[in-house]
Design a protein around this ligand. Sequence first.
Ligand SMILES: Nc1ncnc2c1ncn2[C@@H]1O[C@H](COP(=O)(O)OP(=O)(O)OP(=O)(O)O)[C@@H](O)[C@H]1O
Ligand SMILES: [Mg+2]
Length: 295
Amino acid sequence: MIILETKNLSKTYNKNIVAVNNLNLNISKGNIYGILGPNGSGKTTTLGMILGIINPTSGSYNWFEERPSAKSRKRIGAILETPNFYPYMDAKKNLEIIAHIKQVKNNKIPELIDLVGLSGRVSSPFSTYSLGMKQRLAIAGALIGDPEVLIFDEPTNGLDPQGIVEVRNLLIKIGQRGKTILLASHIIDEVEKVCDHVAIIKYGQLLVSGSVSEVLSNEPIIEVSSVNLIQLKNVLSKAPFVISIREDSSILELKIKDGFSPSDINKFLFEKDIVINHLKVRKKSLETEFLERTN
Ligand SMILES: Nc1ncnc2c1ncn2[C@@H]1O[C@H](COP(=O)(O)OP(=O)(O)OP(=O)(O)O)[C@@H](O)[C@H]1O
Ligand SMILES: [Mg+2]
């Protein structure tokens, strides 16, 4: 089942700030989906639109293969910014209030408190919680009503290394329960650790999307080109050491099996009477390189 589909979703603020530009996303049931992009790339705007908080300038989106409605909204839990809890009330009381607002049963609150690791501090007032504990309580709040989909916008922002690990592990645990998760982040490492799918955005535009292992892989990529690219591609597609070939303008990007080197490629092609005019090993995909430069 397709959980979320956006079609040319766009947002321009104040008639001239293009925050999101013809974004097409496709999220399937059970995906742990990362929207990865540097500051200002349009992540929060995208989440705001699909949650019905921000009006798109153009384009559309469907939830659960239907037009968005109050009914579909009830199937989604989200934290867009650190939510306001009552400082003098404890975790349980705060979650009961959320259950009341969402008009759902609150019989699973002790279980949720346990899941987010707050059992030991269940009766301390919220104001005494560390930032990480507050964030974990917010995640518990999003889980109230047992939504099928969870949306988190930079949930580890501002946390210390320990807090970051705790929140990431919690997201992984929630994903293992079969929930679909949409996580916006500017940290490659975070998306790599938590997500199985990723869409990289830049200036509000989709750069690349796919499985995390495909898109964020750190396996070396070997660039080759020759005058006759079609012939080159043909020959390389039959090479025993080539795993995949991607064409990028006048260059072929190869992934090759472990234990083989660029000189094997050179030798193989030379034996087939092909002279290459470019051969280069690149450690990272252009997209991840871009992100590392901009972050
Ligand atoms: N209310 C607004 N009015 C005008 N411009 C806005 C508004 N909200 C966001 N923008 C602009 O839209 C662009 C995208 O912002 P957005 O907050 O969606 O990016 P982001 O990827 O979430 O960034 P960050 O990583 O910093 O949270 C930015 O150029 C931002 O300045
Ligand atoms: Mg943001």
